[in-house]
Design a protein around this ligand. Structure first.
Ligand code: PCA
Length: 217
């Protein structure tokens, strides 16, 4: 019997005064799910520079995953954002949940300027859009804890290119968005189903699709 391989999915704790984080709500719903012969392990990361990466690295070591998708909340965005690039800088507009507010410090001293996602983001966007999930390619994951985790993830896996990994930002949940008139939102159940499909595509696609998804600004 071949051993069941693991898919590691992470979400975040609430931050910035919110009561919930829809990234963890959506990811935790897939805990233990079987997707294309793989088993999902879901983990919640603290919204903290440094500590988030400690938890992530321990989970990578423990689960030896075949794929990793980290997920975070991006309030104000209207679509699922498949992040293209992680950059080597922490520049926090607001303190993290432990009160740290790094400004212009590298995630990893002496690390490269950036890492690209190794997920087939174009093929994923195509499949997600075809299934009715609003999805875009994003050219920046910001400079807060999500980018920190994305960069640290790609750095940790830099010598394991077969372990495809990346980051997806998601909109507010409808309950959160009701506090901010006009803010876009996406139902948590919808995000969960979109993530299930994203994992399926990441397992199936060997060579990413060649589709334009650039931005002029
Ligand atoms: N979103 C924040 C950090 C945690 C989260 O869910 C971000 O985009 O950096």
């Amino acid at each position: 019997m071949p051993t069941t391989r693991t898919i590691l999915l992470t979400g975040f704790q609430p931050f910035g005064g919110e009561q919930v984080n829809p990234s963890w709500q959506a990811v935790s719903a897939l805990q233990g799910a079987r997707i294309a012969g793989h088993r999902v392990v879901a983990r919640e990361l603290p919204v903290a520079f440094g500590a988030s990466l400690k938890v992530l690295r321990a989970a990578l070591k423990e689960t030896q995953p075949a794929r990793v998708i980290c997920v975070g909340q991006a309030g104000g965005r209207a679509q699922l954002s498949l992040e293209r690039v992680a950059i080597n800088v922490d520049d926090a507009r607001i303190p993290d949940n432990t009160g740290q507010q790094p400004i212009d410090v590298p995630v990893i001293a002496d690390g490269p300027t950036a890492y690209f996602s190794t997920l087939p983001i174009k093929a994923m966007r195509q499949a997600l859009n075809a299934a009715g999930f609003p999805t875009e390619i994003s050219q920046t994951a910001g400079t807060y804890v999500c980018n920190h985790v994305f960069y640290g993830l790609m750095h940790a896996l830099r010598r394991q290119p077969k372990v495809r990994a990346g980051f997806i930002h998601i909109p507010y949940s409808p309950a959160q968005a009701s506090m901010y008139p006009g803010a876009p939102s996406l139902a948590v159940d919808t995000v969960t189903e979109a993530l299930r499909l994203a994992v399926q595509v990441s397992l199936k696609i060997r060579m990413d699709a060649r589709l334009a998804a650039g931005a002029e600004h």
